[in-house]
Design a protein around this ligand. Structure first.
Ligand code: CP3
Length: 348
């Protein structure tokens, strides 16, 4: 028998091209990870977290775990935004339960230490993971690649670990903008190459995580969040035409509309604090994704039901992808994720 000429398009890609898909496609940030016992089992045996990211076999297996369990509409590549500084030559370690620790950049002079030309070569195992996942993923499930946005990745490189006031990164950005721009340029260039290589290996869409852009005031938001993202969108489109790009400017608040208009992203992922009425307005010009509170997912039951229905009711009439406003929390009962998928699919 001959194959059908037209294979049905993936629901995620239909939504990303502004089609109204009902019920909406659903995937979750951090859908692979510590809340799943099968992830913890693999993690226990690995020497460290980055070893998992650089093992195509294990990373592919972890990427597929939530798809097998919950039948989500998209898988997200198992990796981390901090593989980029690691590939640039800055030592990155992850301490159990404490978050990342980086050998930090102290002065602008140290930028010459970063090995820009070889960074993407060093990320070859990540692209091999993409190829393996693509071979095993069910036909109706999309694969999302990703990178961290330059500002967010720069904060980790400069702070070394989590200073939630961003004293060092801001002092550098405000006080020596030329040197800081040189770091941002390196990250723009490396992110474009990293995202294009994921596209070449087979991802169907990409998301750029700007987890900490919400701490920047006014002009600095434009300079360190919007402008680099404009260049990433243009650079990726030149190398991978047609690849949908989702931006996640977490905490952007009143800057969201300008971020969407100026960067030209295909979709914007909204954090939990974005009011649904505002999200519905943004939806007139861009596909929106989000924004269930991860705590509502952790809570489950009536709380999960009420929050989920409110979002689907407000945003389900326009181009929409259901997601959380931030990642799944480690203590989330896996059963709640199954219940969420059922709720979204039933909620016509
Ligand atoms: O399922 C997925 O979402 C795909 C994989 C993924 C991870 N990190 C795996 C991970 C993705 C897309 C990321 C993105 C990421 N990483 C971001 C942006 C999104 C966000 O959360 O704001 C950031 C800021 C990072 C940096 C990072 N990686 C931190 C701060 C931490 C420690 C805190 C934490 O949540 O554990 C990580 C570690 C990390 N990345 C884990 C996982 C599954 C846990 C590591 C472990 O098993 O110990």
């Amino acid at each position: 028998m001959s194959k059908p000429l037209i294979t049905p398009r993936l629901d995620l890609l239909r939504a990303l091209s502004r089609e109204l898909v009902s019920p909406p496609p659903i995937w979750l940030m951090r859908q692979a990870g510590r809340y799943l016992p099968e992830y913890r089992e693999i993690r226990r045996k690995a020497p460290d977290f980055l070893a998992l990211c650089y093992s195509p076999d294990l990373a592919a297996e972890i990427t597929l775990q939530p798809i097998r369990r919950f039948g989500l509409d998209a898988a997200i590549l198992f990796s981390d935004i901090l593989v980029v500084p690691d590939a640039l030559g800055m030592k990155v370690t992850f301490r159990e339960g404490e978050g990342p620790l980086l050998e930090r950049l102290e002065t602008a002079r140290e930028l010459t230490r970063l090995r820009v030309p070889v960074a993407v070569e060093r990320l070859a195992p990540v692209y091999e993971t993409v190829r393996r996942v693509k071979r095993e993923l069910p036909e109706n499930v999309a694969l999302i690649g990703f990178a961290g946005a330059p500002w967010t990745v720069a904060t980790y490189m400069i702070e070394g670990s989590g200073d939630r006031e961003f004293v060092r990164a801001k002092t550098w950005a405000y006080g020596d903008a030329a040197a800081f721009a040189a770091l941002i340029d390196i990250l723009v260039e490396t992110s474009i190459a990293h995202l294009a290589a994921q596209a070449e290996a087979g991802v169907d869409a990409v998301q750029v995580f700007d987890s900490w852009c919400g701490v920047l005031p006014d002009d600095d938001f434009d300079r360190w969040c919007i402008e680099p993202m404009q260049r990433i969108v243009a650079g990726v489109r030149a190398k991978a035409p047609g690849l949908p790009i989702i931006g996640f400017p977490r905490g952007a608040g009143l800057n969201l509309g300008r971020y969407v208009a100026a960067t030209g992203v295909d979709a914007v992922s909204l954090d939990t604090t974005v009011p649904l009425a505002h999200a519905a307005e943004l939806q007139r010009s861009v596909v929106v994704q989000g924004n269930l509170d991860p705590i509502a997912l952790l809570a489950g039951g009536d709380v999960l039901g009420a929050h989920t229905r409110r979002i689907v009711k407000a945003l389900g009439q326009g181009p929409f992808i259901f997601n959380l406003g931030h990642g799944v929390l480690p203590r989330t009962p896996p059963k709640h994720v199954g219940e969420l998928v059922a709720l979204v699919r039933a909620g016509r």
